[in-house]
Design a protein around this ligand. Structure first.
Ligand SMILES: [Zn+2]
Length: 98
């Protein structure tokens, strides 16, 4: 789970996809864009579909389960693995850091 800052402040969601080359990622339910569908075999009436658009990585922060808000993190070494640690409460986030 992450929290988002900036234009889409206050939203949070699961990271669905990371686009490393572009420093952007796609977060579930955040930055939805509407897309008009042409009439086609799948959509005989045409229509509007909603889809997540990517947002810059710099706009997101990790959501700390203890602080219950987006926090800045530091990288620390643990068991020969780099992990993220909450700067406020010291909570360790699972998953290694690239
Ligand atoms: Zn915390």
């Amino acid at each position: 789970m992450i929290a988002v800052s900036g234009a889409i402040v206050g939203k949070s969601g699961k990271v669905m996809q990371i686009l490393p080359g572009r420093n952007r990622l796609i977060v579930e339910g955040v930055n939805m864009v509407k897309k008009c569908l042409r009439k086609s075999q799948d959509h005989p009436q045409g229509g509007i579909s909603e889809k997540e658009a990517s947002i810059p990585i710099s706009k997101v922060m990790l959501l700390c389960p203890t602080c219950k808000k987006g926090v800045r993190t530091v990288r620390v070494k643990q068991n020969d693995q780099m992990v993220r640690k909450c700067k406020r409460c010291g909570n360790l986030f699972e998953g290694s850091v690239k």
